[in-house]
Design a binder for this molecule. Structure first.
Ligand code: NAP
Length: 254
């Protein structure tokens, strides 16, 4: 599906995949609304897009996805300054590696608040507006960590599994309202999020390569965008194995 440049709203645009994706859309002439909590990083994004002479404008709109008031205020600002987005990329995410000894209720609540409720808050805050357009696209950035339960990822993995389920569940109803749902499931990508990991990360991709795959995948309009294929298809295969075999393999990830 080829789209003429329009307005794209990206959450989690102050760093990593969101930052790179914002630059990519700006380079293609889109008006990019870039959201996150750190205003200085969003302003650095605006400056970088400007210094690279990109055609599209980048509008920074600060928001905390865990806060109703902040999200509603940001949505009001977006509608006033850029209008209803054509594409909404719900990418803001939180991850802390966590073993059973370190895990706490607090850790779970924060992970779910950003990764699940934060997405739902932004999505449903904008949904009535999106329904007014003939066509729009909502991109949920989940993870291959949501395919099945893996060691040391109880909170993060289950929050991302919730997003996969959410995307599958919304797919048909949203389509009937002209909203195309896209689910992005990256493998490991080198960003500040994965810099916290001390274990070897198979098939880790550069943020530039991952953003390219993500951008092209979103443009294609297909339901799932996942990369790098060699790694993500191995994980897809893992989840269909019978449990004795599945656990025999995943025990090695400890
Ligand atoms: N890197 C990977 O290997 C990988 C793999 C699979 C999936 N993912 C997913 O891809 C997405 C982007 O990850 P990344 O690797 O680019 O991570 P990152 O560099 O840590 O970026 C995370 C972004 O989320 C924003 N964010 C966090 N909490 C927020 C909050 N309460 N309100 C608003 N924004 C918030 C951060 O901005 P502020 O701190 O400025 O608010 C930042 O812009 C995440 O959903 C992540 O789970 C990443």
């Amino acid at each position: 599906m080829t789209q003429a440049p329009g307005v794209v709203w990206i959450t989690g645009a102050s760093s990593g995949l969101g930052f790179e994706l914002a630059l990519r859309y700006a380079s293609d002439g889109y008006t990019v609304v870039a959201s996150a909590r750190r205003k200085d990083k969003l302003l650095a994004l605006v400056a970088q897009a400007r210094s690279q002479g990109f055609n599209g404008k980048v509008l920074p709109v600060v928001l905390d996805v865990t806060n109703d008031e902040s999200v509603n205020k940001a949505i009001g600002e977006i509608l006033n300054t850029a209008g209803i987005p054509d594409i909404v990329v719900l990418n803001a995410g939180y991850y802390e590696p966590c073993s059973l000894e370190e895990i706490s209720l607090q850790h779970f609540l924060l992970t779910y608040e950003v990764n699940v409720h934060g997405v739902v808050r932004c999505l449903f805050g904008m949904l009535d507006e999106l329904k007014q357009k003939d066509q729009s696209q909502v991109v949920l950035v989940s993870s291959v960590a949501g395919y099945s339960g893996l060691p040391r990822a109880a909170a993060y993995g289950s929050s991302k599994a919730a997003l996969i389920h959410l995307a599958e569940s919304l797919r048909h109803e949203c389509k009937a309202s002209g909203i195309n749902i896209t689910l992005v499931n990256p493998g490991f990508v080198k960003t500040p999020l994965t810099d916290k990991n001390e274990f070897p990360m198979p098939f880790i991709m550069s943020v530039e390569k991952a953003t390219d795959a993500m951008y092209k995948g979103i443009q294609s309009g297909r339901f799932e965008v996942t990369f790098p294929k060699r790694f993500t298809w191995m994980l897809k295969f893992l989840r269909i194995l019978p449990y004795p075999l599945y656990f025999a393999i995943t025990r090695k990830f400890l």
